[in-house]
Design a binder for this molecule. Structure first.
Ligand code: PEP
Ligand code: MN
Length: 337
């Protein structure tokens, strides 16, 4: 349930009602972006109904909302949230493309990748320093050295950086080089990491878990929002289904559903969503057409030699072609590149 105080309610009157709610085991959460008059009420349903807030003299409006996520809901926050990635706003009219290699491998590789994606018109650079690999024997990322390379590359090409964090202890290094933290599919429900990312105040790209429902995704977002950090960008990256012709099944239902039910921006990652480079362009176009706010795409200067996710990585040429072909789909959904 959400409620909104009347504008004439004084601070004292409001404080008294909030204290009364606390005494009855209910918590009123101020809804961000809506001034301090709007609150989400969390607690036992029966107790909330008994309060009859609809008829309370200090209350202007009550909205009944069954969803367990409160701050992420469009309920009392109908306007889209914009999240700044360096100088670029995600969630506004611009369709934002974040591109780069799965992992930072070397100075030469990240420079070539950044040069290619910048020339093709990408708005931000991706690249993992710490890689969450299924096997402990696979390439794990270059760690702090990769963060240093990302910082230098970001500066050289004027591209804000999005990079995945696995451990909250590494936050200081990320704060120096990244415009946004990526929380990957495997960590979508790492609540300690979500809270730490929330406390950092940094923009967060939160990827949907391998088998997570959309409600679970929004509840994970809620952990970040609940720390007072509204800079959350969601990312659909494919889910596990019975289908094994592709690495994952890119759930474009999710985009349409999320755009209706949350005010947070939504990206699509067709690279992990399909696992097959040849399928990235068609699904990227579909993502633009269905109303996504942007894309997260893997691009490698030489995909065949990539240390991770080469099979799904676009070459610089394929990425440049995609950027040219994307425009009509982006424009059809009322945005620009
Ligand atoms: C990635 O972006 O390289 C990655 C590991 O993604 P995900 O968490 O979606 O698997
Ligand atoms: Mn990858």
């Amino acid at each position: 349930m959400f409620f909104v105080f009347k504008p004439e309610a004084t601070d004292n009157q409001r404080e008294r009602l909030l204290a009364e709610l606390r005494e009855q085991d209910m918590t009123a959460l101020a809804v961000a972006g809506n001034g301090s008059r709007a609150f989400a009420l969390v607690g036992p349903n029966s107790a909330m109904e008994k309060l009859a807030l609809d008829r309370h003299p200090l209350i202007e409006e009550v909205v009944r909302e069954k969803a367990p996520y409160k701050r992420a809901s469009r309920g009392l926050h109908p306007d889209d949230t914009l999240v700044k990635l360096g100088g670029v706003a995600v969630g506004a009219d611009r369709f934002v493309v974040i591109a780069g290699p799965c992992a930072v491998e070397s100075a030469v590789q990240i420079d070539a990748a950044a040069a290619a994606v910048a020339a093709a018109g990408a708005h931000a650079l991706r690249g993992g320093a710490y890689k969450p690999r299924t096997s402990p024997y696979s390439f794990q990322g270059r760690g702090p050295e990769a963060l240093r390379l990302l910082a230098a590359t970001s500066e050289r090409y004027g591209l804000p950086v999005v990079t995945e964090i696995l451990d909250a202890a590494d936050l200081p290094g990320f704060m120096q080089c990244a415009a946004a933290l990526q929380i990957g599919a495997r960590n979508m429900q790492n609540y300690t990491l979500l809270r730490a990312a929330g406390k950092s105040g940094m923009p967060v790209v939160l990827k949907r878990g391998l088998s997570a429902t959309l409600e679970e995704l929004l509840l994970s977002a809620e952990y970040i929002l609940n720390e007072g950090n509204n800079n959350v960008i969601l990312c659909e990256r494919g889910i596990r289904t019975f289908e094994n012709a592709t690495r994952n099944t890119l759930d474009l239902n999710a985009v349409a559903w999320l755009k209706r039910n949350t005010h947070l921006p939504v990206l699509v990652d067709p690279s992990h969503g399909t696992g097959i480079a040849e399928l990235v362009a068609p699904l990227a176009k579909a993502a633009a057409a269905v109303g996504a706010d942007g894309l997260l795409i893997e691009v490698h200067p030489s995909p065949a030699e990539a240390l991770s996710d080469g099979r799904q990585s676009l070459s610089p040429e394929a990425f440049a072609r995609l950027m040219r072909e994307l425009r009509p789909y982006v424009e059809a959904s009322g945005r620009h590149l």
